[in-house]
Write a protein that binds this ligand. Sequence first.
Ligand SMILES: Cc1ncc(COP(=O)(O)O)c(C=O)c1O
Length: 303
Amino acid sequence: MSNPTYSPGVEQYVAKGQQMMTAVANQRAIMKAKKFDTIAVHGVYNAEAALANQGSIIEPAYLSPAQHFENSDHMEAALAYLMPSWTYSRIANPTVGYLEETLSLLEGYGYDGEVSSCVTSSGMSAVFMATNPFLANPEPGTNIVVSAKCYGGSFMLFGERYGRERGIEVRWVADPLNNDEWAEKIDAQTRFVFGEMPSNPGLSLMDIPAVAELAHAVGAPLIVDSTVATPALMRPLTMGADIVVHSVSKSMATSGFAIAGASLPSTTSSARWGQTSCGKILPCTSSCCRSAIMVPASARSTR
Ligand SMILES: Cc1ncc(COP(=O)(O)O)c(C=O)c1O
């Protein structure tokens, strides 16, 4: 297939987009080298961003549903994913983008790999977004292995929605600190392994490195809900987990400021789920398929 050609006007925006991406990558690298507390306060928001936002010293809340473009070349470059843009707030929004950048820096603090971030409308939405793509095209024997010591909403999602309604075999681990129980239940048809560390409300614990090893032995990702700990106290990716989920509604938003969630996959953990549903290798800069960034090889479409 030949490379598509673009008008000089569009090419100008493509070049501008490359400069924008370089600036973001540089700022990310600068902040990555800072201490945890500095990152928590500033994220990637700097003086330059403040001046571009009428001098606002904190990230402004953008309430606009959509983005205005300078002209049709700008719009073409943006809608063809040739340059960064946010276009439409359901897909991306600058305010949410700042939060995503901050969370991925915090969750990735001390982690060697790269961390992506998708902020959602609630913690339950994040749990759903992080787990549902793995259940595409289930086969006989498809199962999930999950800690029974988990938040009620997750318990219902796994047991009722995935188990009873969709017929996925849900293998509950009654004692998440018992590695033998995880080992007994995980097999080659396990699509994902899920635990909360510590759990809400029971504060049950699990051995993340040991369970990650068991999951990886069969090519399954370990997904950890780390809501209660927050990245200030524990960062599961540094211990072998592949995806971290948060209810941002809790400690991270001082339990009362907002309802939000986040799914934070390591984009360097494994080729098996490091691909988007359209086959692009992560990290993918397109905003088209942010809700389907983790698809197991067996369920990937061939288009
Ligand atoms: C550990 C944990 N995960 C997920 C959720 C769901 O989050 P949300 O209420 O933001 O949907 C909660 C909520 O209490 C929780 O405690």
